[in-house]
Design a protein around this ligand. Sequence first.
Ligand code: IPT
Length: 977
Amino acid sequence: MTVFHPAEYEDPRPWRGAESPRSWNVDSDAAKLSLNGDWRFHFSPSVIVAGDESFVEPKFDDQKWDTIPVPSHWVLQGDGKYGLPAYQNINYPFVVDPPHVPDENPTGDYRVTFDLPAGWDLGDGKSLVRFDGVESWAKVFVNGTELGYSTGSRLPVEFDATSVLKSKDNVLAVRVHQWSAATYLEDQDQWFMPGIFREVTLLHRPKDSVVDYFVHVSYDEKDGSATLKVDCDPSGRVTIPELSIDTATGAEVKIPKVSPWTAETPRLYDGTLTTAGEKVPLRVGFRSVRIEDSQIKVNGQRVLFKGVNRHEFQPESGRLVDRATMLKDVLLMKSHNVNAVRTSHYPPHPYFLSLCDEYGLWVIDECDLETHGFDFVGWEGNPVDSDDEGWISALLNRVGRMVERDKNHPSIIIWSMGNEAGVGKNIGKMADWVRSRDSSRPIHYEGDRSCKYTDMYSRMYAVQAEVDLIGQHKEVPLDDPELDAKRRQLPFILCEYAHAMGNGPGGLSEYQELFEKYPRCQGGFIWEWIDHGLPAIAADGTKYYKYGGDFGEQTHDSNFVCDGLLFPDRTPTPGLIEFKKVIEPVKISFEGGKVWIRNGRDFADLSDLAFAWRVEQNGKVIDQGQIEVPTIAAGETVAVELGVPTINGHGEAWLQVSANLKAKTVWADEGHELAWAQFLLSDKSDAINGVTAGAVQVVEGSKGYTVGAGTFDSKGQLVKFGDLDVSLARVDIWRAMTDNDVGPHCTPGTWNGKNWLAAGLDRVLYRVNSAAIEGGALVVKTVAAPAIYGRSLEAVYRWTSPDGEALRLDLHVTPRGDWSALALPRLGVRFGLPKGLSRVEWFGLGPGEAYADTHTAARVGQYALSIDEMQTPYVYPQENGSRAEVRWAEVTDESGQAGLRVEGHPDFALTARRWTSEELHAAKHTPDLVAGDNVWLNVDYGLNGIGTGSCGPGVLPKYLLAAKETDFGFTLRPFKK
Ligand code: IPT
């Protein structure tokens, strides 16, 4: 009998032959040789055809093999020759039968030949081959000798190659399997992308070089003193010239005064650790983390996390993110007021952590662990609850390798045991080990809802109402009174909230209010930072992004992988612009002739900010200046007198005050705006619209009616306005469903967009009951209703002209039938105009899209954009681009000279696009959207809110657009410059 399974890659034990884990230390003066570059590569779609390991022999002829860049994911190389990426969220891509995986196990064999650089002394200490990330299982050979194997895709491993290396023609050979027992521990919601995807390096570890070191710091906020102790094997000396420190390792030094490290003030002290064999640069940040008064405190101060979950992703290279892009992420976070990152759901490339130290971001470093797919088998066999020593060693190995690699980063203030791995005693074992190794940082694991093993209460996607209860320590009790008492006193964070999928997330302000109200609620981390769309080119050459299912996956989770605050190319989405405003660090108000400025930071004062004011009337600046502001300490409020000009004449006048950087910083330019607020100085109703209805006669002709510049057919359908052909001007309630409308809607119970399709709101039929002149108006009585049920909307249009040219619509809508549990997607009038109209200028909220629960970042002003620019290119096409509270809009040809003007009574929501909502709804990828013969304008009374029902709470009740008796209208005028 030949036994094929368990195969060696099905051994749950994490590795064999590897060196002990140690702190990241690649910037020391010890010699190193990067082995990155083009390697020889052979791909087998299954282990059956992969053959034996004879390829590891130095004499093996690899000339016929392909080459592949290392690092890379093989599925992103070779145009499909090496398989394709596959996206699944929760489910495993094979039967849940741990530790087994299918024979269809893609296998990559790699070979590279290298010489040692001149002066490399094999007789002095050790030479290690280091891999910073290989997915998911790798067996390593040098010159035909096996050094061992390793798992833990996002963790480093080093093998001692000293005894087998020679000065020339060394052959490093690696066999990588995509699937292994370790895959059961790596079920994160992301693309499966195998291969050697982080650096490979040969490291010289001279005799007496640093085996490992651990920088221990503390900071005493009462007197500003600090301590430093660097443990090192072997012993050596630590110098920090700026602090006059020159001390032995292992000795604790007391420093009378330091500037502490915080995410707001990331003060690092440069130093050196020297042993007989090596010099290691140190970057020391002094801070202390403790849990006290149900709060996570850094340096004695409660911190408020304005965080994001960051997966590693770059569209062209997957989880291989280059250094410039890591920096770009940090700069984008800092410049959008983000102050914290959860490294979901694995330790990132260590360079990213160094950037967090340097630029200032709080970090929750998360272990590379997720077993979410056990959900489908009732968590039976979950490694996290297993007694199998192999699994236990794998879990301890993973958390150990994270802590050892990353322990010297001041930015890391919390260790997370992993994500969605169920509950189980092995989480306790991991936490115990971490506490014994590093007692200076608290422990997080959301899956442990009872907080048996953790130091903080963490949840994902809890609705605002529940967070409110938690803030008051009034959450629903646990069955176990002891655990309940413990948990009730713990600080609370939302490790994930506000699912940034497609249009949204809505409802951010309501969360932020709770975080600012309750000391226990210390903020959260948006899910997630970036859309993981993979680049593609359509037949006509247009660039677009693919998502799950676009690669022929047997099972997949579609576009759930595109749920970020950044588009795949790292352009901020409207969601990020909204988040930046909601979490702004300065709160500005205007009352009693004074500007009130509250410093919402946790540590720093506002002396780095300049405060500017300006008054705009009808979108034009009429006065402006600077506000002299005294130093405002963290948490303090100051009021400053501001003499604003007297407002004359018609039109809205707005005061805007903004807080901008006084000088360039490492993360943004001088003048960069952090916070702002607007205040209305005039009467809002004193607006642009002075139209009175019914002053001019409606004319009835042989073919229909004329009302001002409007031409109607005999059924009262508007067909022309001035010279412009008008199509299908009628009541519209449909919108292309957003990801948040569709669900899955993790929180049931609120009105749900899914019901819209069942109710047929996407296929409304129309009927005109009558058209007649009544009381100086053309009155058209209609019914709009979807098939099957008895639900309808009676719409009565009253068309008049105040001056013989303008055309005024007063619309009265009455719902009939049972609409009680069905919000309307939108309510307004849609009409088609000639496609030559391409530009919109408007006065209202802008410049970006804004919906009922996503309009915090929009400001009142006068804006102009092309219709193409008004579209938000969500990876999965959906309702987008609506501008809110528009008082008037001019829709014109490209030159801005001619077209039509829409005036609100007093305002409306506006979308303008080159396709209909139905076409937008049907599109699956951006190239499916093709400009038609019309520009479609939606002049809306309102739209339903957005919510975050793709994962989390739906639209909050106050933002639902209920079907109720509604009066709405607007006036059209021909526009010519
Ligand atoms: C949660 C996961 O932790 C995260 O990885 C991601 O999948 C997110 O959801 C949704 O995009 S788990 C979910 C079942 C709440």
